[in-house]
Design a protein around this ligand. Structure first.
Ligand SMILES: [Zn+2]
Length: 321
């Protein structure tokens, strides 16, 4: 048992620290920031750190719970090995400027493209992890673990296939090889709260998404792209989807962010962070001001529901009240 955990730990570490290629070319990737340091993350940092929510590996989860709350240096915050230095600098130049215009379609697309690429990379690393587990001599006789690894490989590969569908269309638009605008974005401004988020989310409806439906490669799941971008005097939310990949849930979810009172907004933010996405960050000072009982409720919810992807989830606490 102890040996098993040790091997799993090594597998996770090796897969996560492995050098990755740029998602666009064959060069090695650097650590790409989902949200830039200057002009965005520095607005919610203190002493060059921000507090980030990260899932713990399952061997660590036994001891510390599934969710890890970590203070991260701003240079490593909200970053993944996505692109080489050239592509990271050039593709995203329009939104890396201090004065980025969040009303521009191209800029809204770039934020969404980067969050999609991070989700893609996470799924690629997951496939690598579970391939290593499946092929490890250590687990050759552990049938249940091997079966789990196989179904993880299958699920993550299906996700990769879906994400690549969006990625190809986004890249065509970013390269301006055609002038269509296939994505619909909504920009909504809120009073400033020191949080940020950048994620892609696929709403799973248990009634509609049976295993057969999920397994069929013809079915590209609907995705929604979510970016919370702190500005000097406000917090801007950009929500987006592909015009052919929408459903009632997505449309209603987007309009549900409009015309909220302050406390309704905080409840919705809690729901987003607790039930839908995991790539978000918060200012360390603001995190320390949150009520301990709310933080506990948040952590408990995560520990019970980390693998629950269903849209039917709802939370009965407000992390920010
Ligand atoms: Zn590159």
């Amino acid at each position: 048992m102890k040996e098993d955990l040790k091997i799993l730990q090594i597998i996770f570490k090796n897969a996560r620290s492995k050098r990755q290629k740029c998602l666009i070319c064959d060069e090695n990737s650097i650590n790409s920031h989902l949200l830039q340091k200057n002009g965005i993350l520095n607005l919610i940092s203190s002493k060059n750190h921000i507090t980030q929510i990260k899932g713990n590996d399952f061997f660590k989860a036994e001891k510390d719970g599934i969710i890890g709350i970590k203070s991260v240096g701003i240079n490593n915050a909200m970053s993944y090995p996505l692109f080489c230095n050239y592509h990271d600098t050039n593709v995203f130049a329009p939104i890396e400027k201090e004065e980025h215009n969040l009303d521009l379609y191209t800029n809204q697309l770039l934020f969404s493209y980067r969050s999609l690429c991070a989700e893609l990379r996470k799924k690629m690393i997951n496939v690598d992890i579970f391939e290593r587990i499946k092929n490890s001599r250590q687990f050759a006789t552990n049938t249940s673990l091997i079966e789990m690894a196989k179904s993880q490989i299958e699920a993550n590969s299906m996700g990769i296939q879906d994400l690549n569908w969006y990625r190809n269309i986004m890249e065509l638009e970013i390269n301006s090889s055609h002038n269509s605008q296939d994505f619909i974005f909504q920009k909504i401004d809120f009073d400033f709260i020191p949080v940020s988020a950048s994620a892609s989310y696929s709403p799973i409806n248990p009634e509609e998404h049976t295993f057969e439906v999920l397994k069929n490669p013809e079915n590209i799941l609907n995705y929604i792209f979510i970016n919370f971008i702190p500005q000097k005097d406000k917090l801007t939310l950009i929500l987006g989807y592909h015009r052919l990949k929408k459903d009632n849930w997505i449309l209603e979810y987007i309009s549900s962010w409009k015309k909220l009172s302050k406390s309704e907004f905080k409840t919705k933010l809690t729901d987003l962070f607790a039930t839908k996405i995991e790539t978000w960050a918060i200012s360390p000072e603001y995190w320390n001001e949150l009520k301990p009982e709310n933080i506990k409720a948040f952590k408990d919810y995560w520990n019970d529901n980390a693998n629950n992807l269903r849209i039917t989830q709802s939370v009965d606490f407000n992390l920010f009240e």
